[in-house]
Write a protein that binds this ligand. Structure first.
Ligand code: WTA
Length: 639
């Protein structure tokens, strides 16, 4: 069977094969790639430890598959189209596969010259510029493990992440442009590395030209280093199960976890899911114009890793990288870029769709959007209204929408329509990709079979890009994903399976809030708020937000009754901004006298959630509370 499915019947047949003989199925897919040495065994696994290994004994380098493999047939094809934040200041850049290969080899040599070697952890804290892709791929080229940190995170968050994996090099830029703002990225890195002794070198790309401090012997300029090296850099051979990257993500406990993905399985699944979900032809013929594909995510999130960089490049695609924001200089920016580059496949987050919907069609009408063929969404449930708006006004009623459900831990898309092949249904991620076996369970872990049911979403069989471990703490990986339900990977999401077997993800069932498609742990925000000297305790919950999907609602207890409330709120926002970053700032803060706790001291979050949702009458059973009167005061003080 070919790599790319072309009809719904083929999908059903492939799905059937992937379940009856997963090893034969994935072995067949893995054959499409360049391996230095073929694997000895396809799969070894158990979900108890857990331990999952794919393509055991196989040797390869993923960048040979992303770059070298394409050079003979279409080295001149554009790999990356870079669209700058401000077109008045900068020009669009078109980077061919040959040029990207050249840059990656050079930068890999820069890393080697600066002491990097296979297995080292390298932190990348950069804006959306092609050099971030170069940095990522250069790490992979030498077998170093990249840990990209979203450049909107604060110095504190950066410290946690650098320290957790002992990064030896940080790659960054002087500053970053975001709409009308200029952010001093290097200053943040400087602040962070003061307490990160593992960092020996900082390599700085000059992007904004702002003033920076360079520390002699430690800080180096990208452009100077690139002059010292050649473009010859043979790829380092890695094992299929060597670590490719670490990506930190929030969970229900305070500290972010370093999700680990390994080389071989991740590669196979990214190419497979990319070509199938978006129906991007694999290595399209020499003569045709390649489809232009644009994913608007940031490379700091998993979507950027898997579907701006690895998936598209593995398939020889042309991938757009956008430095700016959707609402600057105005809310028509996405559509202007779609027309400018004749984008065929457009992949974004529901929150972006809702924010543009709110600005009105005046920003859409000036653009033809004729080039669009496929639309996608990711990161959070899409409400039916936003789905319809996207379908009618952006897709003009002719583009299938692929609502792709997946997670940092799954590496790639798990449940989604295949564009133009799977009949779509608004709000539904529809059906699992071949190789993915979803199960719904009730609270006791009992499987809920049949259709027209709802439960917690688990996966029962490994797929090639399942999380391997959480860096430096395997027990945490077991606890978080494999211990809730025996022999199952637990996603943390609630899910409905309709009468036709279509899946609809209903949102997190744990203490994670999904704000504008960003995962934020309630405990993380509480820890940050509690840094304020006058706050003794806080409890954070999510509430429905018209644009962001969910907003953050914080209940705080203040020791100082003299404190001016609006000043206190501002200070809390500043603390959260400093400890985590702007994305975690609460939308609402309510000062309360006490929190609803059980006699054993556990906060009853369901009560707070109801208050945050605006429900003040029916709060459910409050009889188990230590002090039920707390609830009345919270209710009357609700915002
Ligand atoms: C949510 C992003 C509904 C879900 C790729 C998941 C979704 C979390 C969808 C993972 C979708 C992602 N429909 N919910 N199509 N896609 N989610 O790790 O709650 O940043 O668990 O990965 O986002 O977020 P993460």
């Amino acid at each position: 069977m070919a790599f790319r499915i072309q009809t719904f019947e083929e999908y059903q047949e492939e799905y059937r094969k992937s379940v009856t003989d997963p090893e034969a199925f994935w072995e067949d897919k893995a054959k499409h790639f360049t391996w230095r040495k073929k694997w000895d065994k396809v799969l070894e696994w158990n979900f108890t430890q857990p331990s999952v290994k794919w393509f055991l004994g196989g040797k390869l380098n993923i960048t040979e598959n992303c770059l070298d493999r394409h050079l003979d047939i279409h080295g001149e094809r554009t790999a990356i189209i870079w669209e700058p934040n401000d077109t008045k200041k900068d020009k669009t850049r078109y980077i061919s596969y040959a040029e990207l290969h050249d840059q990656v080899c050079r930068f890999a040599n820069v890393l080697i010259r600066n002491g990097a070697k296979k297995g080292d952890r390298i932190c990348i804290y950069m804006p959306m510029v092609p050099e971030s892709a170069v940095a990522i791929l250069a790490c992979a080229r030498i077998g170093a493990i990249h840990s990209v940190v979203f450049a909107g995170f604060s110095a504190h968050s950066l410290i946690d992440r650098i320290q957790d994996s002992d990064c030896s090099i940080v790659i960054t830029s002087d500053g970053a442009f975001r709409g009308a703002k200029e952010i001093p990225i290097k200053d943040i890195v400087d602040e962070a590395v003061e307490v990160c002794p593992s960092v020996k070198k900082i390599i700085v790309l000059e992007r904004t030209g702002c003033n920076i401090r360079l520390t002699e012997g430690r800080d180096l300029l990208w452009k100077d280093e690139m002059k010292k090296v050649t473009n010859q850099c043979p790829a380092t051979e890695t094992d299929s199960e060597d670590m490719l990257f670490i990506l930190y993500t929030s969970g229900s406990t305070g500290k972010p976890k370093g999700v680990v993905h390994t080389v071989g399985g991740y590669m196979v699944f990214m190419a497979y899911s990319f070509t199938n979900v978006f129906q991007y032809p694999l290595e399209p013929a020499h003569s045709t114009r390649p489809d232009i594909y644009w994913c608007t995510a940031d490379i700091g999130w998993v979507t950027g890793h898997s579907y701006i960089i690895y998936g598209p490049l593995l398939c020889g695609a042309t991938t757009v990288m956008f430095e700016g924001i959707p609402t600057w200089p105005d809310a028509g920016r996405f559509w202007e870029v779609v027309d400018k580059h004749q984008v065929n496949i457009f992949y974004t987050a529901p929150t972006a769709i809702r924010s543009m919907e709110a600005q009105g069609l005046g920003y859409v009408r000036p653009y033809s959007l004729d080039s669009l063929r496929v639309l996608g969404t990711v990161g959070e449930p899409i409400n039916e209204e936003a789905w319809q708006w996207y379908y009618e006004n952006i897709g003009k009623g002719k583009c299938p929408i692929v609502d792709t459900w997946w997670q940092t831990e799954t590496g790639g898309i798990m449940i989604s329509p295949l564009a133009g092949i799977t009949p779509v249904k608004p709000g539904f991620a529809t059906l699992p990709l071949p190789g993915i076996q979803p199960v719904l369970v009730n609270h006791d872990g009992k499987e809920i079979t049949g259709n027209g049911v709802e439960g917690n979403l688990c996966i029962r069989f490994p797929w090639p890009s399942v999380i391997r471990t959480t860096y430096g703490d395997h027990e945490r990986c077991r606890q978080n994903y494999f211990a809730t339900y025996k022999e199952l990977y637990f996603t943390g999401d609630g899910c409905r399976r309709d009468e036709n077997g279509y899946y609809r993800i209903t949102g997190r069932v744990d203490d994670v809030i999904n704000v504008s498609g960003h995962r934020i742990g309630t405990a993380e925000v509480e820890n940050a708020i509690n840094q304020h000297p006058d706050i003794v305790e806080s409890a954070v919950v999510g509430f429905p937000h018209p644009i962001k999907g969910q907003g953050i609602y914080a209940f705080v207890i203040c020791t100082n009754s003299q404190h001016d409330i609006s000043l206190l709120k501002e200070e809390i926002l500043a603390v959260v901004n400093k400890m985590i970053g702007p994305i975690a700032k609460p939308d609402k803060i309510q000062v309360v006298g006490g929190l609803p706790k059980t006699r054993s001291g556990k906060i009853l979050r369901r009560i707070l959630k109801k208050v945050a949702e605006g429900e003040t009458s029916n709060l459910g059973d409050t009889s188990t509370l230590l002090d039920p009167s707390v609830v009345d005061s919270i209710r009357t003080g609700a915002l």
